[in-house]
Design a protein around this ligand. Structure first.
Ligand code: ADP
Ligand code: MG
Length: 607
């Protein structure tokens, strides 16, 4: 390991280019700076610890190169660094910290103790500093490396201290900062302790997947897939792992982005990852993902903000494109079925809680009297369907729509090919058996997805088939509804609706897309029309799109409807022919898998 370069005071021009303003806003910044220093010093193992959210105590130990006494004393002065010698270095520097002010800033607002020793020294050095004043410097026995203790953060800056959110939130930010670093340096052993409890222990890992198990927990990591870089030769390298839609969260907290090996805040990349998921994600959700983007250092501005470390790309479009393509290709190949796996309490932040499965299996005592009645619903299992695995799924019959789209159906996922319907329960869910798993399918969610795709395909070739009404449907719209109609009129007419505003204020519907007339009763058509004229717009989709979604919902098999075996087969075949069979148009899952393993766990057949 290289010995530390001489710490030197920076050229004045250099530090003028360094962002002014405090680097240190909260404990998480302190921890990040200290861990980055440890990594820069070549540490193989970094141990961090906080108490009181980091305000009371922060301790960071590493087994890196350490410092001799002279360097250590210099290091705690402002604008000293061993990492760059000239102005030009600022642009190309590969190390994590380069402002040369972190240690000094932290020392100025806390009671700090620094113990450090280089490999060739026999004794180490201990320096105590309070509010930036060196209190003592002694010899001390120590192993090679550096240990820094920061106590009473902001004890002399009451305004800043009042700004702290308390041990819980501040501690969580610290943990997040350590996790982000741990996800970028697989070769380093990270241990993180919060208030005496070890919440992270990540030994060196040979793959990101292994590291993700240690950082995010097995229940998350097992549902993540390696990103395929679709264009490995271009200027942007994309790698990482992305999670099943079911892991998605209401915010970006578990969308970890690094650029050239540094954890950064990169909205461009986060948005691109989300875009790749498209409709599979429930509205407003963000996927769990760990994404590393590699670009030539000169094409990226890091550190536009000293504390948050946002990045700006010179070619943001290109980066976003590469990320989106890669993630999309990954998802196209991945098995995205929602897993009914109970969350075992082994998430890193929940240690201390016993690792009991968190499953609520209510005991059901079979009622003999009802057994006969119940079997009426399960007789799909016998006879024809037993043989009817969906291997010939390509000749599916669409639920609605003019022509089958078998020509543009890609490969059918293997879990779907072997799906065998067993029955319908609660007049709402289709129960199927697949490879070593049971599948529950929400009949309405699936039917809605298929209808939607079918209408969309038809609408793409111009207007839907139109049916002129012999007797117009006469509506008495409110002022509000008339307003909505005017806003949506073009979109609705492009789908085959025709309206006539009568002089008496009533609204005549003179034509409809013919599929509505064929499939819906008069009453159902009325309900749909009310729906189309209601003011609810989500803002994210176009009016035409919204109208198609609304029509799909009204045209589709509903929950609570008893299905014939033929309908069940039609639905499953439709699923095999669908582009996006796993989410309804609102992003709810259409299918849930309970694996044999999960069942065995629930029945305590295995651990
Ligand atoms: P910077 O990291 O930007 O150089 P810092 O204030 O964070 O500035 O650190 C100042 C210097 O102190 C570093 O350049 C490095 O030489 C030294 N240093 C800080 N922490 C460590 C450490 N854990 N191990 C070895 N050297 C360190
Ligand atoms: Mg630093």
């Amino acid at each position: 390991m290289a010995t530390t370069a001489r710490v030197q005071a920076l050229d004045r021009r250099v530090y003028e280019r360094i962002a002014a303003g405090e680097v240190i806003e909260r404990p998480a910044n302190v921890v990040k700076e200290l861990v980055e220093n440890a990594l820069d010093a070549g540490a193989m193992k970094v141990s961090t610890e906080v108490r009181g959210g980091g305000v009371e105590l922060i301790r960071v130990r590493d087994d890196g190169a350490g410092m001799d006494r002279e360097d250590a004393l210099l290091a705690i002065q402002r604008y000293t660094t061993s990492k760059l010698a000239s102005l030009d270095d600022l642009d190309t520097l590969g190390t994590l910290g380069f402002r040369g002010e972190a240690l000094a800033s932290i020392a100025a607002v806390s009671k700090m103790e620094l113990v450090t020793k280089t490999a060739d020294a026999t004794t180490g050095t201990r320096i105590s500093i309070q509010g930036g004043e060196v209190i003592s410097v002694d010899d001390v026995g120590s192993t090679t490396g550096t240990a820094i203790e920061v106590r009473d953060l902001f004890y002399n800056v009451p305004a800043r201290r009042r700004f702290m959110k308390g041990p819980g939130p501040e501690g969580a930010r610290v943990t997040d900062a350590v996790q982000r670093l741990a996800l970028t340096r697989l070769d380093v052993h990270f241990v993180h302790v919060v208030a005496g409890r070890e919440v992270l222990n990540a030994p060196p890992a040979s793959s990101l997947q292994d590291r993700a198990v240690a950082v995010l927990g097995r229940d998350t990591a097992r549902y993540m897939f390696p990103i395929i870089d679709t264009d490995p030769d271009d200027k942007v390298d994309v790698s990482g792992i992305v999670g099943k839609p079911q892991l998605a969260r209401p915010n970006r907290a578990q969308l970890y982005v690094s650029v050239n090996g540094r954890p950064v805040d990169a909205p461009t990349v986060a948005e691109a990852v989300r875009a790749a998921y498209g409709e599979i994600l429930f509205r407003g959700r963000w996927p769990v993902a760990i994404v590393e983007v590699g670009v030539e250092p000169s094409r990226v501005d890091v550190n536009v903000h000293p504390a948050k470390r946002e990045v700006l790309f010179r070619d943001a479009q290109m980066v976003a494109g590469a990320v989106e393509d890669g993630v999309r290709a990954t998802l196209a190949d991945a098995d995205l079925v929602t897993e009914a796996a109970p969350r075992r309490r082994e998430a890193p932040l929940d240690v201390g809680v016993p690792t009991e499965p968190e499953v609520d299996v209510s005991l059901v005592v079979p009622d003999v009297a009802e057994a006969g009645a119940a079997s009426a619903q399960t007789d799909l299992a016998g006879g024809v369907l037993e043989e009817d695995r969906l291997r010939s799924a390509l000749d599916f019959t669409p639920i609605v729509g003019e022509e089958p789209r078998s020509e543009d159906i890609g490969h059918i996922p293997s879990w779907l090919v072997s799906l065998r319907p067993v029955g319908q329960i609660m007049d709402t869910y289709i129960v199927c058996e697949g490879e070593d798993a049971m599948y529950l399918i929400d009949q309405h969610a699936l039917a809605e997805r298929l209808t939607y795709e079918s209408i969309k395909a038809s609408a793409a070739h111009g207007r839907l088939k139109q049916q002129t009404m012999l007797e117009p449907i006469v509506l008495q719209p409110t002022e509000g509804q008339l307003g909505v109609l005017e806003a949506r009129r073009d979109a609705l007419e492009s789908l085959g609706f025709a309206f006539f505003n009568a002089e008496d204020g009533s609204l005549h519907v003179t034509a409809l897309p013919s599929m509505l007339g064929q499939k819906l009763t008069q009453e159902e058509v009325d309900v749909l029309l009310q729906d189309l004229l209601s003011g609810e717009t989500s803002g994210t989709v176009t009016t035409k799109e919204e109208a198609i979604r609304s029509m799909s919902c009204h045209l589709s098999i509903r929950a609570g409807q008893r299905l014939t075996p033929k309908q069940v087969v039609a639905l499953l075949r439709g699923m095999a022919g669908s582009h996006d069979p796993l989410a309804c148009v609102h992003g709810r899952p259409t299918a849930i898998r309970v694996t044999k393993g999960e069942l065995e766990r629930m029945f305590k057949r295995t651990e």
